[in-house]
Design a binder for this molecule. Structure first.
Ligand SMILES: Nc1ncnc2c1ncn2[C@@H]1O[C@H](COP(=O)(O)OP(=O)(O)OP(=O)(O)O)[C@@H](O)[C@H]1O
Ligand SMILES: [Mg+2]
Length: 224
């Protein structure tokens, strides 16, 4: 199969009317001020409550898990906010931001996370491409931690022969128990949709000696 058939170019995304942009900005503001702020306050209140539970280990553990779930929801909302705002700054700073994100993931979950970027990876990405890539990495990191129980994640960004851009996220977790295509949750479906919007293909496969590797490949021209 030639590259032209492997990567049919998806139609260009239509220009958005001003009214829609304003509505997205309004939604982003509401979501930030009303929902994200409240959740942040809840995490802080739980922290304060934990401080007065001396010696009550099971209560503290329970609170830890409530905090973690709340932080996960917050992380999802932040991503949604980012999508709604479509911030171009994210696109220009894609690699440095991803590095910072991986450092944060490492320190929060004690999972070692590395990033390799090939020299021919574009320095500046189109805003839409950066949004799709960030969301895909975020979901892969979440799956590696939640389902894989991984202790190491390797992210790589490269441009292969034929100007094919490739994002891989490899973990050393327990691997997928489901057969590919079998009742995947919303995460993999969402990642696949984003890769399709970039005119490419997504693969999620077992890797050796153990773990899962996600590979998203699409034409480099869709990144810039
Ligand atoms: N890195 C991984 N390691 C092990 N199993 C995985 C990994 N990624 C996905 N899976 C398995 O594939 C299933 C589908 O993943 P998917 O991200 O689509 O859904 P989910 O994580 O269960 O739910 P959601 O992403 O909608 O919160 C998971 O429930 C899990 O069983
Ligand atoms: Mg998931």
């Amino acid at each position: 199969m030639g590259l032209a058939t492997a990567f049919p170019v998806a139609p260009a995304e239509p220009v958005e009317p001003d009214g829609h942009r304003l509505l997205r900005a309004e939604l982003a503001r509401e979501l930030h001020d009303e929902v994200a702020q409240t959740l942040t306050t809840m995490v802080v209140q739980m922290e304060n409550f934990k401080a007065i539970q001396y010696g009550r280990e099971s209560v503290i553990r329970q609170l830890d898990s409530y905090q973690e779930s709340t932080r996960d929801v917050l992380g999802n909302i932040r991503r949604l906010l980012f999508d709604l705002r479509g911030e171009p700054a994210e696109a220009m700073e894609f690699v440095p931001r991803l590095r910072r994100r991986l450092r944060e993931y490492e320190s929060r979950y004690a999972i070692s996370a590395t990033l390799r970027v090939s020299a021919n990876w574009p320095r500046q990405l189109a805003a839409q491409a950066a949004i799709h890539l960030s969301s895909i990495v975020e979901e892969a990191l979440s799956n590696a931690r939640r389902h894989g129980g991984a202790s190491r994640v390797n992210v790589s960004l490269s441009v292969a022969v034929g100007q094919i851009a490739v994002l891989t996220v490899k973990d050393n977790g327990r691997g997928m128990e489901l057969l590919w295509g079998e009742s995947a949750g919303l995460g993999i479906i969402g990642m696949r949709e984003r890769v399709l919007l970039l005119g490419g293909e997504l693969q999620v496969l077992p890797t050796t000696p153990r773990g899962t590797v996600l590979k998203a490949a699409f034409p480099k021209e869709r990144l810039i």
